[in-house]
Design a protein around this ligand. Sequence first.
Ligand SMILES: [Zn+2]
Length: 78
Amino acid sequence: MNVGQKTLLDILPKESPEFTAMDALTRNKRKHFCPACKQHYDPTFPTKDLAMSQGVSSNKEQWLSGICSDKCWDDYLG
Ligand SMILES: [Zn+2]
């Protein structure tokens, strides 16, 4: 888990050109890994802040446990 670990994308203002450039540069490197289905995937929300403020619980779990979906959550815990 990467709790508390900040990246440039967390620090840069979202409207800045630096954010846009960094977002584009790191897009493919920011895939999440699901410990249940062992797949790399794109999180529903592009940043943890967005997921936490706007997402449902499964969107938040993508940034907390890494689990990609409700189905995997059930599989992983079940
Ligand atoms: Zn999964």
